[in-house]
Write a protein that binds this ligand. Structure first.
Ligand code: MTE
Ligand code: MO
Length: 220
């Protein structure tokens, strides 16, 4: 088995419902006239981070976890848990916005800035996008420009504690400026590409980029 051939599991009730929402474009609201803290069409949840997944939650102890990277890079790498902890770490607080319409304020995350990771792998000329793949068969695509930001983390702590298994522990991505489906849990492999390609939700009617302020919920 190679690092990028994990097929997603069959549909569940939740994934089938969310696929239907994309077809009916559920939850598109009128754009707010000026920027507020809550993006248009969102409501504040009081329950921390509601758990969303494909119906399976990989059970990985840190010793089983590793992140590999390939594709259009000059320096493919593989980080074990110990390697990850040796990298520079930052802690930040962010608001989270899920396309199913909940938002959650003031979540604190600790991890390695993605910018640092990008500097290690040396993307080649012409590299524009990345595909993130997870231990549950999930995938999601992002432009490199959305990853090359100070607030994007390869993250292993939430609110000062080890990231719980159900939230993607031991290690997930955090991309707080886009809808939360871009923040791949149980992160496993990153492929750098010279074009955009849809991941799991993007192939099921969701937007290729997912900016909550522009309500980029669904594809065309
Ligand atoms: N590996 C993986 N990552 C994933 C998902 C998933 O099903 N598998 N779901 C995404 C979606 S739709 C959301 S809203 C968030 C949910 O993260 P949480 O369960 O920590 O709230 O994870 C995202 N990352
Ligand atoms: Mo989501």
């Amino acid at each position: 088995m190679t690092d990028d051939d994990t097929a997603p599991p069959p549909p569940t009730k939740l994934t089938a419902t969310k696929t239907d929402w994309a077809s009916s474009r559920r939850g598109i609201a009128a754009a707010a006239p000026e920027r507020q803290r809550l993006p248009p069409g969102q409501h504040l949840t009081s329950s921390g981070l509601p758990i969303l997944d494909l119906g399976t939650q990989p059970n990985l102890v840190p010793a089983d976890w590793a992140l590999s990277c390939g594709g259009l890079v000059d320096a493919p790498l593989r980080w074990s848990w110990a390697d990850l902890l040796k990298q520079p770490q930052i802690t930040l607080t962010a608001d989270i916005h899920c396309v199913t319409s909940w938002s959650s304020y003031d979540n604190t995350f600790t991890g390695v800035p993605f910018r640092h990771f990008l500097r290690q792998i040396h993307p080649r000329a012409g590299a524009t996008h990345a595909m993130l793949r997870s231990f549950d068969g999930y995938s999601t695509n992002l432009p490199l420009s959305d990853l090359d930001r100070d607030d994007v983390l390869i993250c292993h702590q939430w609110n000062g504690k080890p990231l719980p298994r159900e939230n993607g522990g031991p290690v997930r991505l955090l991309v707080p400026h886009l809808y939360f489906w871009k923040s791949a849990k149980w992160l496993r492999h990153i492929t750098v590409m010279d074009r955009d390609q849809p991941g799991y939700w993007e192939a099921r009617g969701y937007h290729m980029r997912g900016d909550p302020w522009r309500q980029e919920r669904y594809g065309d």
